[in-house]
Design a binder for this molecule. Structure first.
Ligand SMILES: Nc1ncnc2c1ncn2[C@@H]1O[C@H](COP(=O)(O)OP(=O)(O)OP(=O)(O)O)[C@@H](O)[C@H]1O
Length: 510
């Protein structure tokens, strides 16, 4: 059999944890091979080994049947292995071409040579693989989806034969996801081979040929995707059956907790991003905000939480206006916030889990007294959250958050915010990057909050998630409220049209 890459019996240990125990994965030429595993199962570690960022403690890597030692990413590049990281590594004020040649032809680049011929090659590659990228566009002016294509081009420019995609759709809109899937098909049709790390079983079904499932650092098996159901893959991954439907009773909404009246908010470029937006959210209900990314959702949340000023209108919590209050005052009056960007806004990456879990409460008992922190109480608090939210890491509460897997970072934030027992919980993309087992659990916890009489504002780009969890759905388009619908009386199609700006009753017929 013609394998492009084989990783056999790979082991990698970190202090306190065996991240890869005994993993074997074999990549055929011209296939899309999904790598599926729970949060913290060891996927990123395995791919970092293949990309030369870590050395395995044990195991063999072969490229085209020949054993290799990949001591750093340059060696990986030379062997034809490239990686599209989750967080892009692009220089914003530079053009597409400049970014692509940066590093590989730095000398020529500095002397102003050959940028033109590089741009020509970029254009050819872009055409060949259907990427549609303008070689002269500046990175800061192009969409996230386009930036990802630049990362792909970077690999193609270096003649990568094996392309590793690390959760590539986490940051993309549904349309961009479809486009990316087309691009991946083009890539394999042209002879490339792809390893795709993803938690989305739908995507695996849509594009992958085979799927290797790992659990707690061990290979569980490799399956043909066409012959395997989503449920079967999920079960292999978590070791029990997973429900994709959310069980919930009819909500029993009480008094208004959050009242937003004619709210207008400017974004960082001083343009109106939220326009005269009004919405009431009651105790005991989940209201989902549906909208295409970038239609004012972030600014709406930032105005409620105090991260952006309110231009006009009012926001009140339990009948008390929040306008003018600081972020801390708002937190203390009963708002919890699971932020969109966990690394920038949710965590201090170089602090331990214990420290991150008291970021909002460190200044009060039992976590501190007379200005002194109380380590025992802090530890107990962390242990409780780690246990109930299944936050996995090497050394428990003492682990530095930067070393934790992305999904476990997210679970830590959700645990922290839910445990504060707020009146209003604002959850922005709460399950981004989580495995299906954790998603099921987090969804249950959000519904539990609602059933305890809390108000939950859910902002998610996953329409399935909005439909599964919300009692009512408010659709936002271009910063304006298009309409509010009861979830039981709507469907994906209607929401899609409203997200495009049609009022409920004006929606065109099929
Ligand atoms: N540099 C490191 N130092 C210490 N522990 C680490 C390091 N990198 C990873 N780990 C630990 O190894 C385990 C595997 O992490 P890894 O990031 O490979 O998981 P993953 O399957 O990619 O998870 P996710 O789906 O959440 O991204 C985790 O428990 C993580 O905390």
């Amino acid at each position: 059999m013609d394998y492009v890459v084989e990783m056999v019996g790979i082991r990698k240990e970190f202090p306190g944890i065996v991240a890869n125990d005994d993993i074997t994965i074999r990549l055929k030429k011209g296939e899309i091979h999904a790598l599926l595993g729970e949060n913290g199962a060891g996927k990123s570690t395995l791919m970092s080994i293949l990309f030369g960022m870590y050395q395995p403690d044990r195991g063999v890597i072969k490229v085209h049947g020949k054993e290799v030692r990949i001591t750093n990413p340059n060696v990986a590049n030379k062997l034809g292995i490239g990686m599209v990281h989750q967080h892009f590594k692009l220089v914003e004020p530079f053009t597409v071409t400049e970014n692509i040649i940066l590093g590989s032809e730095t000398r020529k680049f500095y002397f102003g040579l050959d940028v033109k011929s590089a741009a020509k090659r970029v254009e050819e590659l872009s055409k060949q693989y259907g990427l549609n990228v303008d070689p002269y566009a500046k990175i800061e002016d192009i969409s996230v989806g386009m930036q990802q294509r630049v990362e792909i081009l970077k690999m193609l420019y270096r003649d990568a034969e094996v392309l590793i995609f690390d959760e590539p759709t986490a940051v993309l809109t549904p349309q961009e996801i479809e486009d990316l899937q087309g691009i991946m098909r083009n890539l394999v049709n042209e002879g490339k081979s792809i390893i795709l790390i993803t938690h989305k079983l739908k995507e695996i079904k849509a594009v992958a040929n085979r799927c290797t499932v790992i659990r707690r650092g061990k290979t569980i098996g490799t399956v043909e995707v066409a012959d395997t159901s989503r449920e079967a893959m999920a079960e292999m991954m978590v070791g029990r059956s997973v429900s994709f439907k959310v069980d919930k009773q009819e909500g029993r909404p009480g008094n208004a907790v959050l009242e937003i009246q004619s709210l207008t908010v400017k974004n960082s470029k001083k343009v109106d991003a939220v326009k005269s937006f009004s919405l009431n959210l009651h105790a005991g209900e989940i209201v989902g905000i549906a909208g295409v990314d970038g239609n004012g959702q972030s600014e709406l949340v930032e105005a409620i939480t105090g991260l952006l000023p309110i231009e006009s209108g009012t926001v009140s919590l339990n009948g008390k206006a929040l306008n003018g209050l600081s972020v801390r005052q708002r937190n203390e009056s009963g708002i919890s916030h699971i932020p969109e960007d966990r690394q920038k806004r949710g965590l201090v990456l170089d602090y331990t889990i214990e420290e991150n879990l008291i970021l909002e409460v460190y200044n009060r008992p039992p976590y501190s007294k007379n200005g002194l922190l109380k380590p025992e109480a802090i530890r107990k608090h962390a242990e409780h959250i780690i246990q109930s939210f299944d936050v996995r890491s090497g050394t428990g509460g003492r682990s530095i958050v930067r070393s934790m897997s992305g999904g476990n970072q997210q679970k830590a934030i959700i645990g922290r915010e839910v445990e504060r027992d707020p009146d209003l919980l604002i959850a922005v993309q709460p399950t981004r990057g989580l495995d299906v087992g954790s998603i099921e659990y987090i969804h249950r916890r959000l519904i539990e909050q609602r059933d305890k009489g809390k108000a939950v504002l859910l902002i998610s780009l996953e329409l399935d998630e909005v439909l599964n969890l919300s009692d009512r759905i408010a659709v936002i388009n271009n910063g304006e409220l298009v309409g509010i619908v009861n979830t039981s009386e709507t469907n994906e199609r209607e929401l899609g049209l409203m997200m495009a700006g049609y009022q409920k009753e004006e929606a065109p017929h099929e």
